[in-house]
Ligand binder design. Structure first.
Ligand SMILES: [Zn+2]
Ligand SMILES: [Zn+2]
Length: 193
């Protein structure tokens, strides 16, 4: 995964928000939900995976992304940490969790939703626009969501409706609403074929 694309996209979109604080963005592959002083925010997006063992490829519209966001008002310094949850091939017995490939368009959408949340939550800015759902490039579904192959499920943060025994109560309410809008749109897309 190219961290640079995410960082650059964030930098340019946060600049458009025109706020008095300096914001930084980083990828943290060990990010956990227990982050005191941080606002937790989740999104899902669409992308593709390739098994490094058998070379099978699959797509998922349920790639989970966790953000931990904080603003230190006194230092005028905002921080965003991001973790993209991986998935495992279901055809082979390998335990390798694979990183997804996510399109530039979907990276842009994820960052736009994140920046929108920051504007709303930390600066009371609301453009009144809806949160955007990811672009789904294929109608081929990869079968039901399987908990044992999804890193987010294993860590109890997956928002997939078929993986819902896990508690998502700790995640801020606004975020849950955003995720639900996204899933609703996805459901509509899938039932349209
Ligand atoms: Zn495989
Ligand atoms: Zn899952």
């Amino acid at each position: 995964m190219d961290h640079y694309i995410w960082e650059r996209d964030f930098d340019s979109q946060i600049e458009e928000l025109d706020v008095p604080d300096e914001w930084s963005f980083s990828v943290d592959n060990n990010l956990l939900r227990a982050q005191s002083g941080y606002v937790l925010y989740t999104q899902h997006t669409y992308g593709g995976f390739c098994c490094s063992s058998c070379r099978r490829v699959w797509n998922s519209a349920e790639i989970q992304i966790l953000f931990a966001v904080t603003l230190k008002k006194w230092q005028r310094c905002g921080t965003v940490k991001m973790r993209i949850y991986r998935q495992r091939c279901k055809k082979c017995k390998t335990r390798i969790m694979e990183q997804p490939q996510i399109s530039r368009v979907n990276i842009n959408i994820v960052i736009a939703n994140l920046v929108k949340m920051i504007g709303k939550r930390f600066y009371n800015q609301d453009d009144g626009k809806q949160t955007k759902a990811p672009v789904i490039y294929s109608k081929v579904k990869d079968g039901p969501h399987e908990k044992e192959h999804c890193e987010a499920c294993q860590l109890g943060i997956c928002k997939n409706p078929k993986a819902q025994e896990t508690s998502v109560a700790e995640v801020v309410t606004a975020v849950s609403a955003i995720a639900l809008i996204g899933l609703g749109t996805l459901a509509a897309l899938l039932s349209n074929k």
